[in-house]
Design a protein. Structure first.
Length: 498
């Protein structure tokens, strides 16, 4: 059955009308566009979604793009990219060959071009995700980088510990050597009167660049989870994880004031507050009735470019962790995966002998956190939308990547760490397990006592969409200057009093 889409239907279904002409223009004898699905002749007629297809559960919660690049940036350009990539590869493989160079140089050169070709293919042919700013190709390349990193992790997982450490030399010849021992909690005094430089030398030594990194990290987590209570819980529980593994990893050995005051009460809370203010600012952003900005003398092209790097729509998450057993277990799993990101960072650094300030760790944390921004958004939809019962590509990659890192840490930790957990740590984990089990039982009984709801058949062409109702006046107020909004509200208040 062929579905005909006009501009009105596209806007109603939140599909960018700009893509419609490209869809209908790409008809051929082997592929016929039928709205959201395309039929491909592969012997047996099957219906598969095209690359531009986004499920109704995700597309219904997104608005049309407010700002777009010129039309040429949204065309496929598959042949152009094919020819350009081949010309670059031919040039560097034939005309730019260097003789008598070390094997590591040739290996790194070949690896860079191999990764580049894979990312190029990902940017052209990988499916779009839930986010489209600054451009969909950015998120497709991110998925490609995550796929390549997953393949690398599988390769490392098949090696022994010594070979895995020596493999890092092919990334950087400076790697693959033992890290120097460093003491983190030898002197935990705050006041040091005998020190000639400062009477608070230990405190001043802890105030370094990593405080800014803490702020930025917790600001990012607030943008990912969009819930201050979840982030505060993450902050406190991660300190417990540091306490649990400090007998294995020296980085986790901290003074009490460093862990409680600097980390929890200063760095983490400030980052969470900044993230909360950012979420509030993005949530109350301006709404416009047109797909593109109107040309104005007062609006510069730089402002348009800056707006491309801001989200198209923003809404804070309502995890409702204790409303049901499914919500509790789903939210607890998201919290656990966030802790796995941080724990993997420290364990990989210690096991594979990677220095703290090396660029490999920086690239890894940027890629994983950016992927988490998309994955948690789609995971939240998966958790709270009953009609969305499938992991998206970003969510699947996010889980697969983090669990592969966890498997590597577990495998090599069995060879490195033999010191048992202290008794107070074991008792603490038993208490935490008992609390979680008690909450599970309470929520299970609560779910049983809830009145049952009659299940409705799911219609793929007319899916049920949960939309928060907003008045027309409220939407128009976002376009109105501030002084007029205040005046209108005051007049409305006077009328109510009369």
């Amino acid at each position: 059955m062929e579905i005909r889409i006009n501009i009105f239907t596209a806007m109603k279904k939140r599909i960018n009308p700009m893509y419609l002409d490209d869809h209908f223009r790409e008809r051929s004898h082997s592929q016929v566009f039928t709205g959201k699905y395309s039929k491909v002749n592969i012997g047996i007629q099957t219906i598969i979604p095209p690359r531009h297809y986004i499920s109704p559960a995700i597309s219904a919660s997104h608005q049309l793009a407010l700002i777009d690049f010129p039309r040429i940036f949204y065309m496929s350009h598959t042949i152009t990219f094919l020819l350009i990539s081949l010309l670059i590869i031919i040039y560097f493989s034939f005309a730019h060959t260097v003789q008598d160079v070390p094997f590591i140089y040739e290996f790194q050169r070949g690896a860079v071009f191999a990764i580049g070709v894979f990312l190029l293919y990902a940017g052209v042919y990988f499916p779009d995700g839930a986010l489209n700013h600054p451009h969909p190709v950015c998120w497709r390349v991110l998925q490609g980088a995550a796929c390549f990193y997953c393949a690398f992790l599988v390769f490392v997982l098949m090696l022994d510990l010594d070979t895995a450490r020596q493999l890092m030399k092919y990334i950087d010849p400076r790697l693959g050597v033992p890290l120097p021992d460093r003491a983190y909690a030898d002197d935990c005094r705050i006041y040091t009167p005998e020190n000639p430089e400062s009477k608070f030398a230990n405190l001043a030594k802890a105030m370094d660049l990593y405080i800014v990194c803490h702020w930025f990290g917790w600001w990012s987590k607030m943008l990912i989870f969009r819930d201050a209570y979840i982030c505060i819980f993450l902050s406190v529980t991660f300190e417990w994880l540091e306490l649990s593994f400090k007998h294995w990893i020296t980085n986790f050995t901290e003074c009490w004031w460093d862990s409680l005051i600097l980390d929890v009460l200063l760095c983490n809370i400030i980052g969470i507050i900044l993230g909360h203010l950012t979420c509030k600012y993005l949530e109350l952003g301006s709404f416009r009735w047109f797909g593109k900005y109107k040309k104005s003398y007062y609006r510069s092209e730089l402002a348009k470019i800056f707006a491309l790097f801001s989200p198209n729509e923003w809404s804070n998450y309502k995890w409702q962790m204790f409303d049901s057993l499914a919500n509790f277990l789903g939210t607890l799993w998201a919290i656990s995966m966030s802790h796995i990101i941080d724990i993997n960072h420290f364990f990989l650094k210690f096991i594979l002998w990677i220095p703290v300030n090396h660029w490999v760790l920086l690239v890894r944390i940027i890629m994983v956190c950016t992927l988490a921004l998309v994955a948690i958004k789609e995971y939240y939809i998966f958790l709270h939308n009953r009609n969305y019962r499938r992991f998206s590509s970003a969510t699947w990659l996010y889980h697969f990547l983090l669990l592969l890192e966890l498997f590597i840490n577990v495998k090599f930790s069995m060879q490195l760490f033999h010191t048992p957990f202290p008794n107070h740590i074991k008792i603490g984990w038993r208490i935490i397990g008992g609390i979680v089990l008690t909450i599970v039982v309470i929520l299970f009984i609560k779910d049983i006592r809830k009145p049952g709801k009659k299940a409705q058949a799911f219609d793929a062409y007319n899916p049920p969409i949960d939309i928060e109702s907003v008045s027309y006046t409220h939407l128009r107020a976002h376009e109105t200057p501030e002084h007029l909004v205040c005046r209108l509200l005051l007049e409305k208040k006077k009328k109510k009093k009369k």
